[in-house]
Design a protein around this ligand. Structure first.
Ligand SMILES: [Zn+2]
Length: 182
């Protein structure tokens, strides 16, 4: 399947960067009021553990403007991420933009700040890094930073697919599809 989907193998990369909502976790209408209802998909833990065990570096890059909007505090988001890591039994690095879209920060995707931070932390270059997400912002951030991009069709992915200005490196039904691209 990998050969038919852009011809790229995940083996080309050492750092996998994942969007959170709609990519690793359910995108819930009401979760933003209750972080205890933030849950990974059933396949998230097995997939992350498999790639961690195989030696890949893992990062999560996530826009969380709910912090600027006052829905929750950064510390509460970090606490929820620690819970997810316990449930997943794997600990990727987390990179969070807490700003409002109107703040004009350089970290909120489609800006590249979060992706650059993840590469810095892991000592990885863009050409050995793969961004995986469900939104146009994920695609644009990856392109701007020089990374390849894998579109997942979970979350907003099916809508995003029709909006992309060029083909992504990979189209994945879910992140579980990554295992067929190794
Ligand atoms: Zn930001």
């Amino acid at each position: 399947m990998g050969a038919g989907n852009g011809g790229r193998s995940v083996k080309m990369y050492r750092l996998l960067l994942f969007d959170r909502d709609g990519t690793l976790t359910y995108e819930r209408e009401d979760y933003h009021r209750d972080l205890s209802r933030l849950f990974g998909y059933p396949f998230t833990s097995p997939v992350l553990k498999a790639f961690h065990t195989a030696g890949y570096l893992l990062a999560v890059v996530t826009n969380q403007s709910g912090i600027a909007r006052g829905y929750w505090k950064l510390g509460e988001v970090e606490t929820a991420h620690r819970r997810l890591c316990r449930e997943w039994d794997v600990t990727p690095s987390f990179h969070i933009c807490p700003h409002h879209p109107d703040d004009g920060c350089d970290c909120r995707k489609p800006a590249v700040g979060l992706l650059n931070e993840a590469m810095d932390v892991h000592g990885s270059q863009p050409e050995e890094s793969l961004m995986i997400g469900d939104s146009l912002g994920d695609y644009l951030a990856a392109r701007e930073s020089g990374m390849h991009f894998g579109l997942v069709l979970t979350g907003r992915g099916r809508v995003t697919r029709s909006q992309l200005p060029s083909l992504p490196t990979m189209v994945l039904d879910t992140i579980a599809d990554l295992e067929s691209h190794v």
